[in-house]
Write a protein that binds this ligand. Structure first.
Ligand code: UGA
Length: 431
């Protein structure tokens, strides 16, 4: 198939690359010319395991290219995927102006039948608006179909998720575009659910909100574990073995972050409100998430008492493992709140230090190049991101360099009894 992907962010770039990997001809379009130049020169603007090699291979084999011209992308393709950002607005609703802009650009460039696929996360009924917009601005008056195909990839595992998806959801109003979608997804060997456009759009918000709810649920259980002396990991294992519940996404933490869950929860609450339903359950999910960060900070202040003039080592800045993404990162929030209390920070992240510099103040933060020296001179260490390599930290050595051996583990990476044996004061979540 000849495919255009508009928007080369996490979703667009990985989707386009994986489509080319299975043999389709893909042109990725982005309005940011410097990004297009970078990609054309072999550079990758994001860190995503496995992506760089895959981009290089497909560019070299002539199946993947980049352009800043929507007209070029539309002209070369039968199917056009929209994968542009849908950022949150102040009131929790979604900014759909990028989607609308792209719909107009596609309309202006169309000269024959096209299938326009929305991959961005959008409120239910957006497909109808996109179709109206294309109809209004299409000068050539050609036929087209607008369909919805939400994306379920996780950052840090995006290539894996795209190459081996659990399911593909296609929302369309007619049979005509479905054949092309079957052909595009055939090489991925995944079950395909065909449904109406509104249901497909809703599946995305409902899925992300459910996963966020699962995390808030276990975080609330963690609070009860702390108050009762139970262990949240044992509880998660025990309930997770029930297939109806499942163990995944039951890891207690200092809260979920990233560019999806917080935004999609707010949007879903707002969408429900607009449709006349007060989704109080999801408001509680947000409240638990915010409270989780407060409870973690309270543990730090209760132990260290005064934070002013203390030095705290922070392991992790990304919103989760395997990514350089710091948007809505709980780790960044921890840093900001510790700095506000007057602490100085020594921070380390395997991939996210550069992006973190844009969010953290210049004063009071030392970026440490290797994980082993983060603890030097620190009054306490904080684990803020679940990078697996943090488990390899030589804790006995780290302790020698610390003013006082205290570790606050916001991701339950370490074994409490091991830490206590080493002489650490160790506080984690729900254990
Ligand atoms: C999420 C969904 O998992 C994807 O299916 C979806 O496609 C994507 O949003 C999206 O809408 O684009 P992502 O935001 O990349 O993916 O990251 P997740 O792995 O879901 O993690 C989100 C947050 O929850 C992270 O801060 C993570 O540390 C936290 N988390 C996750 C927990 O605190 N506990 C868990 O058990 C799992």
């Amino acid at each position: 198939m000849n495919i255009a992907i508009i928007g080369t962010g996490y979703v667009g770039l990985v989707t386009g690359t994986c489509f080319s990997e299975v043999g389709h001809n893909v042109v990725c379009v982005d309005c940011d010319e410097s990004k297009v130049k970078l990609l054309q020169g072999g550079g990758i603007p994001i860190y995503e395991p496995g992506l760089e090699e895959m981009v290089k291979r497909n560019v070299a084999e002539g199946r993947l290219s980049f352009t800043a011209s929507t007209a070029e992308g539309v002209g070369k393709s039968d199917v056009i995927f929209i994968a542009v950002p849908t950022p949150p607005l102040e009131d929790g609703s979604v900014d759909l102006s990028f989607i609308e802009r792209v719909a107009r650009d596609i309309a202006g460039a169309m000269t024959s039948y096209k299938i326009v696929v929305d991959k961005s996360t959008v409120p239910v009924k957006t497909g109808e608006k996109v179709a109206e917009t294309i109809k209004r601005y299409c000068k050539a008056d050609c036929e087209f179909d607008v369909i919805s195909n939400p994306e379920f990839l996780r950052e840090g595992f995006a290539v894996e998720d795209l190459m081996k998806p659990d399911r593909i959801v296609i929302g369309s109003a007619s049979e005509r575009p479905n054949e092309a979608m079957r052909e595009i997804y055939e090489p991925f060997n995944a079950p395909i659910i065909f449904t109406d456009i509104n249901s497909a759009e809703l599946i995305k918000h409902a899925a992300n909100s459910f996963l966020a709810m699962k995390i808030s649920y276990i975080n609330a259980v963690a609070a009860i574990c702390e108050a009762s002396g139970a262990n949240v990991e044992e509880v998660a294992n025990g309930i997770g073995m029930d297939e109806r519940i499942g163990r995944r996404f039951l890891n207690a933490s200092l809260g979920f972050g990233g560019s999806c869950f917080p935004k999609d929860l707010s949007a879903f609450i707002r969408i429900s409100d607009d449709l006349g339903y007060d989704f109080g359950l999801l408001k509680e999910v947000q409240k638990i998430n915010a409270g989780q960060m407060d409870r973690f900070l309270k543990k730090i202040t209760e132990t260290l008492w005064i934070l002013k003039d203390k030095t705290i080592g922070v392991l992790g800045l990304a919103f989760k493992q395997n990514t350089d993404d710091v948007r809505m990162s709980p780790a960044i929030e921890i840093c900001q709140r510790l700095l506000k209390e007057g602490a100085s920070l020594r921070v380390y992240d395997p991939k996210a230090m550069e992006k973190a510099r844009e969010l953290l103040p210049a004063e009071g933060v030392t970026y440490v190049d290797d994980m082993d020296s983060v603890a030097d001179g620190c009054d306490a260490l904080v684990v803020a991101t679940e990078w697996p390599q943090f488990k390899e930290l030589d804790l006995a050595k780290a302790k020698e360099g610390m003013t006082s051996p205290i570790l606050f583990d916001g991701r339950n990476l370490f074994d409490p009894s091991e830490l206590e044996q080493l002489g650490f004061t160790y506080k984690s979540i729900g254990r």
